[in-house]
Design a protein around this ligand. Structure first.
Ligand code: ATP
Length: 726
């Protein structure tokens, strides 16, 4: 069958980025002579991407050597990047990945039928990705590309069954040694916008390499990586000032510090223009050529880009649609009767067939892909449960007692069942029976930073970001100062007066409310905003959660303390509450403690709930707890809710500040001569009315501190769960 030619796709092939432009590349200082050593012009491939006979051409490599006036030649332009002779990433030993019968099932609750339903997303994918190869995982939207990548990278493991092997060794769930061998760069770069490229690189280098190499070596390494990735001119540019392509390259550069032999990238070209795409894929190709295993998902690449990949793994509807060398894709489809029209982008053509365009029988292609795969393996075979005329490999587990030629597969199936039982039925792969590290000979001996050093580095990084992004901090300080002035003005001089006790009470309540809200809401979104960066850095083993959390607290807590003190100092004096220094200290202490307690709640709520819920539940909780302090006497609370009175940090701090103002045997208040009678002249009367006659300051303070600690532990636990939930 010959497929009709699509005019829109014809246009695609004409939009190739040229491989190089000599005039644009000579940016080295000094005199430079340019010698072109291009083996074949890149553009040539643009017009022969999909010859009518179904064979594809290979892209030529372009390079220009740059010589200085002495004729020393150590720099050349190569596939879009400068290169110095000594500027190569070290070659990596071979790490091959094989996967067998990967299935991914999600469970969801069907409220209508009141039962839990399972849905299989990936239906037994097999394949292998080899060292030195750049592999593209492609397929229509929703086909399961990201899911497969997540499983292979070890990012998802619950609901997964099947086996993943690394150099022939079974990879266990959450394998730490696999994490040492690989890195995962997700679609959203999740970089720190306020750090410059140099700062980001330097911080990542210190975190990843600790003291294992000297500062000079680190500096050289950063220089080299940036040079290799074409970012050497961008060292002092803040990350938010980089283009999309430069951000992608920075994300790769950050991971190249530890030089992992396996790189997983989710849609590294999405959102990039064609020349940035070409640069990005060229870079990955070169990294692969140095012996790495590079696997990335891509969406509709141009024909030029498509040809740069060594291997294609195509997925549709959770099945493998094609796997093998890119150049064999068209002959494979052609054998099935689907001929790519001349000048049509093979990647587009494959996608069109994968969604059944041109009346293509998708099931037939999936079957053929399975057959092709099994023909290449001489393993235990049996009939596939879906395609009953296809003989399928059950497994090729490295069990000594499994006969690879066991045609009825009973032994292998039995072992497979055991494997599932051991993994709780939902694990990707069984643990290495000996519990050995994967490829210990390959894992670099570099030691990452110690926990203390991680904390100090992260603290330094946070301070740097705070210094750059001082606007928010300024707003917080300004808001506290201006609200304090406003409150102080409204309730000016009410503090010492017996006839204005209720006005002062409202000021005190309002102050507590202000400090609780600003404390809580300023951090409620902290982790929500941070989560993508945190996940990426934590998953790629930059640091542990403990030092990270501590480095956040050590910035946020003092900021909130300073904000609270600004508020307290201004408003306390304007309202005339200053009576003795001791009382002021107690007042400030309870204000700050209440605010920090609310902040701890904010961290917990933000880490636990989604953005929409967090911004809604946060204030509701603050109001709920405030009710148990303001004008509410313990005896009036329904016994069912009395426990809330006991655990209310708001009540504890509010009573603390009330007691510091009116309690502790304060002398009579001032009753102006204009007043005939001042009911609250003796402050004890007011305390009695409010049921705060016997405030136990110590107990209240201990309660607040306990709540703060509980919330910190709760936040840590939730973050740990989110980061490690796979
Ligand atoms: N946790 C989950 N719960 C429910 N459905 C899921 C879950 N994870 C994946 N899916 C479904 O599995 C299918 C494959 O998702 P996946 O993100 O892997 O697709 P994709 O090929 O990467 O798509 P795209 O190219 O649009 O990103 C989709 O239909 C998605 O809705």
């Amino acid at each position: 069958m010959t497929v009709p030619q699509s005019s829109s796709s014809l246009a695609q092939s004409g939009t190739m980025a040229t491989g190089f432009s000599p005039s644009a590349t000579v940016t080295q200082s000094g005199t430079a002579t340019v010698t072109t050593t291009a083996s074949s012009p890149t553009t040539a491939s643009a017009f022969s991407c999909c010859p009518a006979n179904g064979e594809s051409s290979s892209i030529g490599e372009d390079s220009i050597e740059l010589s200085d006036s002495q004729g020393n030649n150590n720099t050349m332009y190569h596939n879009g990047f400068f290169e110095k002779e000594d500027y190569h990433f070290p070659k990596r030993p071979t790490v091959d990945i094989e996967f067998r019968d990967i299935r991914y099932t999600v469970k969801k609750i069907n409220f209508g039928k009141a039962k839990i339903e399972s849905k299989e997303i990936l239906h037994g994918l097999n394949g292998s990705f080899n060292s030195g190869e750049l592999t593209a995982i492609m397929g229509p939207s929703g086909a399961g590309k990201s899911t497969l990548l997540n499983i292979l990278a070890g990012y998802v493991s619950s609901g997964v069954s099947g086996l993943v092997q690394v150099n022939g060794k079974n990879r266990s769930n959450n394998s730490q040694s696999f994490r040492k061998l690989s890195c995962y760069i997700q679609q959203h770069d999740a970089l720190r916008p306020w750090l410059t490229v140099n700062e980001a690189m330097s911080c990542a280098t210190h975190l990843k390499l600790g003291f294992s190499i000297s500062p000079e070596e680190k500096k050289k390494l950063i220089e080299k990586i940036l040079f290799m990735l074409g970012l050497e001119q961008k060292g002092n540019t803040p990350t938010h000032g980089l283009s999309g392509g430069q951000k992608k390259r920075l994300a790769i550069a950050l991971e190249m510090i530890s030089n992992p032999p396996i790189l997983f990238l989710d849609e590294p070209t999405t959102g990039l223009d064609s020349s940035s795409c070409t640069q990005c894929i060229s870079l990955l190709k070169r990294l692969a050529q140095d012996g790495r295993t590079i696997i990335c998902t891509v969406h509709t690449p141009s024909a030029l880009l498509f040809e740069m990949f060594d291997k294609l793994y195509s997925v549709t509807q959770g099945h493998c649609f094609y796997q093998g060398p890119v150049k064999e894709l068209l002959p494979f489809l052609s054998n099935l009767g689907y001929n790519c029209p001349s000048y049509h982008n093979p990647a587009d053509f494959m996608m069109e067939i994968a969604v059944g365009e041109y009346g293509a029988d998708v099931g037939k292609v999936i079957k053929a892909a399975l057959k092709k795969y099994y023909e290449m393996s001489s393993e235990c075979i049996k009939l596939d449960p879906v395609f009953d005329d296809v003989k399928t490999v059950v497994a090729r587990y490295d069990f000594a007692d499994a006969d690879p030629k066991d045609t009825d597969c009973s032994k292998v199936e039995e072992l497979q069942l055991q494997l599932k039982d051991r993994g709780g039925g939902g694990d990707a792969g069984s643990p290495d029976p000996q519990g050995n590290e994967l490829c210990p000979e390959i894992v670099d001996n570099t030691k990452p930073a110690s926990l203390m050093m991680q904390f100090l580095l992260l603290l330094y990084r946070n301070l740097l970001m705070l210094r750059r992004n001082y606007f928010l901090l300024g707003i917080r300080l300004f808001a506290h100062a201006s609200v304090a002035t406003l409150f102080g003005y409204i309730y000016q001089g009410v503090g010492p007066n017996a006839n204005q006790v209720l006005a002062n009470y409202v000021y005190l309540y309002g102050s507590m409310l202000m400090l609780v809200y600003t404390g809580k809401m300023a951090v409620v979104l902290s982790f929500q905003v941070e989560m993508e960066s945190l996940t990426r850095e934590h998953f790629n083993r930059w640091y542990k959660l403990g030092p990270y959390f501590l480095s956040v607290l050590i910035i946020e807590v003092p900021v909130q303390i300073v904000c609270s003190l600004i508020y307290v100092v201004i408003s306390y004096h304007l309202t005339g509450n200053y009576y003795t220094f001791d009382r002021f200290v107690l007042f400030a202490l309870f204000c700050v403690a209440g605010s920090i307690s609310a902040q701890a709640w904010g961290f917990f709520i933000g880490a636990t709930l989604s953005i929409k819920l967090a911004v809604f539940i946060g204030p509701i909780l603050a109001v709920l707890f405030s009710v148990f302090g303001f004008c509410t006497r313990y005896v009036d609370i329904t016994p069912l809710f009395q426990w809330m009175w006991h655990i209310s940090y708001y009540r504890a701090s509010f009573h603390g500040i009330l007691n510091s103002v009116y309690g502790m045997n304060r002398d009579d208040l001032f009753c102006p001569e204009t007043q005939i009678y001042c009911h609250f002249k003796n402050p004890v009367l007011f305390q009695k009315d409010m049921d705060i006659e016997h405030v136990d300051m110590e107990k209240n303070f201990i309660l607040i501190v306990s709540i703060v600690i509980t919330m910190y532990i709760g936040t840590l636990f939730v973050l740990w769960y989110k980061l490690n939930k796979r």
